[in-house]
Structure formats: C-alpha cells, structure tokens
Design a protein around this ligand. Structure first.
Ligand code: NAP
Length: 330
C-alpha cells in the first residue's frame, strides 16, 4: 500500500510516498481502508519538529474517513465494510490505517465520507473548548485565535449556537478575517504574523466596552498566550490548546490569577484519547450530533491527492489556508 512517510524532520519536501506493508489490527484495534485524510496543524509540527512522534521514520496523520477493513480481537459494535470516521494516533497519510476501536465512529447521519474526514480531530476539540473545558454560558463573550482555521471555523459556530453574545477572532490576514466573519464571528482582529500580538488586547477591550472577554481560546502560546490572558474579563477563563509559535511552555501563578479571579486550563484530544477514551467518545458523539443537526459545518477549502500531501502542508504552513484541507486517498 501507499503511505506518505517522514524519514527526516524538515519542510514539506520531506514528505515522501513509499510502498509499505498493509498494517493488521491488534487486539482492540480496527483497520480502515482510507477514503480521505484530514490535514491538521499538528501534522506540520510532527513533520517539522517531531511533535508527538515516537521515532523516525513515521507516517503522519490523525484523522480519516473510510470503510472498516478488518477487526482485531475483542472488537464489537463495528462491522467490516461499515463507513466510519476515525481519530488515529498517527499513520493516517496512507491507504490503510490501524487505530483503537474506541476512536472509530459511525458517520453522523446525512454526512458523506468527504465531510466525515474533517470531523474526528476538529469537532470534538472545538466542542470541548466551548463546552466541557471552556464552559461557555449564554450571554458570555469569546476570543479565538486562528479564527479562520479548522478549529477556529468550528469554534465560531459552536460558540454562537451556545448563545455567546460576542464571538471575536484573531487572524493573520484580511482574507481570513472575511472568511471568519462568514462563519459565526461578530468581529475579527487582523494581527499580521510579523506584528506584536499584544496589539489585539486593546481591540478586544474596545470591542467589549473595556470589560474583556469571558473565555479566550489559545492555540499559539508564548506572547499570544500572555495577550489572551490580558484580554480576559474579571473571572475570565483561558484555555490553552496548542503551541503554534513553538514558544517555551507557559507558566502562570498567583500574580496573574489572583487580582481578577482568572482561570487557566488546557486540552489535548490526543492525550485524552489515551487517558480517558470513554470521555472522548462521549464528547465526540455530542460533537457529531451537532454536525448532524446542522449546528456546525466545516467547509473543505482545498483537496489534494495523497501523493501531494506536501502541497497541503505548504498551504497551511504559509498561513493562507482557511477551513479544512483534505487528502484524497481512495
Ligand atoms: N489541543 C488539541 O486537542 C488540539 C486539537 C486540534 C488542533 N489543535 C491546535 O489548534 C490549532 C489549529 O489547528 P488546525 O489543525 O485547525 O489548523 P488551522 O487552524 O487550520 O491552521 C493553522 C492555524 O494556526 C495559525 N497559526 C498561528 N501561528 C502559526 C504559525 N507560526 N504557523 C502557521 N500557522 C500559525 C494560523 O492562523 P493565522 O494565520 O490566522 O494566525 C492557522 O489558523 C493548532 O495550533 C493546533 O495545534 C489542538
């Protein structure tokens, strides 16, 4: 079978299509004939700097849609040939991927295989950020970094549906701002990647009458994490869920949190899949229901054949992508 492998860390050019053995599912696992693979920012971090990579060489990719090919020992509740969407712990840039049965899901009703590949990583993460971790209440305000990306697109719509009174986004360019405004955002602040990110703090204060936001969601880290914290209202909550800037791990303590009763929390879908698979499954089922009910949709803005995975990485790494990028496998 074909697989896109990384043999050395580097730019998009290190993604190479190779022929490999078809993997067989072990106990509790399922193999899937992949139809489409979703591209995630985490794939770029894995390729470039080894984020969550056990060793070289490796096949990146965290989410697929396709048909169940084979069941490992002890697996029930899913059938060979069934159309599914699955979160994987890597290996999804391939014709066949093996994953734990706990992260394999039936397609939400009315959703085809192409759309299903956009869901397994983004939707449960966005749902957790708004609800389980962010605990957004009707009437509250939200600030989202990377508002036009995969997560950002889903979060804007979910926050609006949860009754947010103001959904504010931060993006790196004007075209992204227009896209985000079309997907649930009330106002979007443009902070070019070359600009000091602290700039958005003043814009958030101005947009909220000086109050700040109740919930800020930060996948960037470093200065942006600090600026997100500075954008919070009294009793505000910040959820950290990534480190796109590759900054040193953040630290917060009493000086930042005590004065206005702030909270900082975190979320990682890949870690949750290992530590609490039942909780992740419940979260994913709720998130997929929101898709089936039309509360949220995630537009595919570009699709590439598997062999051209490097082009998808160039697009996302160049900070010009919006919505969701897919690899067409079958
Ligand atoms: N914790 C979790 O469970 C979890 C799950 C999924 C995703 N994530 C995180 O959520 C973020 C969005 O993921 P995604 O897969 O949906 O990607 P995406 O948003 O479609 O694309 C990457 C985003 O990162 C932003 N960005 C900020 N700094 C960047 C940099 N130095 N280089 C490139 N892009 C940069 C870009 O927005 P601008 O150009 O507008 O700044 C862009 O929206 C990522 O940081 C990812 O690691 C976390």
């Amino acid at each position: 079978m074909r697989a896109v492998q990384v043999q050395e860390y580097g730019g998009p050019e290190v993604l190479r299509t190779v022929e490999t053995e078809v993997p067989e599912p072990g106990p509790g696992q399922v193999s899937v004939d992949v139809a489409y693979t979703g591209v995630n920012f985490a794939d770029l971090k894995a390729r470039g700097e080894g984020y969550r990579v056990p060793s070289l060489p490796f096949v990146p990719g965290l989410e697929v849609s396709g048909r169940v090919r084979a069941l490992g020992e002890g697996v029930s509740g899913v059938e060979v040939g069934q159309e599914v969407a699955a979160l994987t712990a890597g290996g999804a840039y391939a014709d066949v991927v093996v994953t734990d049965a706990t992260t394999v899901f039936p397609l939400p009703s009315g959703v085809d295989l192409r759309t299903a590949a956009t869901l397994p990583t983004v939707l449960p993460t966005a749902y957790a950020l708004v609800h389980a971790v962010g605990r957004l209440q009707p009437g509250e305000t939200v600030l989202v970094q990377g508002a036009a990306g995969g997560i950002g697109t889903a979060v804007g719509q979910l926050a609006k549906a949860a009754g947010a009174s103001g959904v504010f986004g931060v993006v790196s360019g004007a075209a992204k701002a227009k896209y985000a405004l079309d997907h649930g955002y009330d106002d979007v602040f443009v902070v070019p990647s070359t600009t000091d990110s602290v700039q958005f703090v003043d814009e958030v204060r101005a947009a909220t009458g000086g109050r700040g936001v109740d919930l800020a969601l930060d996948p960037v880290g470093g200065e942006t994490f600090r600026a997100s914290l500075a954008s919070l209202a009294v009793f505000g909550r910040l959820v950290s869920f990534g480190n796109a800037s590759s900054a040193e791990p953040w630290r917060v303590g009493q000086p930042e949190l005590y004065p206005t009763g702030l909270s900082v929390s975190g979320f990682s879908i890949l870690t949750l899949a290992q530590t609490a698979p039942g909780a992740l499954r419940a979260l994913t089922e709720k998130a997929f229901t929101a898709v089936a009910e039309g509360v949220v949709s995630l537009p595919v803005t570009a699709e590439f054949p598997l062999e051209e995975a490097s082009e998808a990485h160039r697009l996302m790494g160049g900070r010009t992508s919006t919505g969701k990028l897919l690899l067409r496998v079958a």
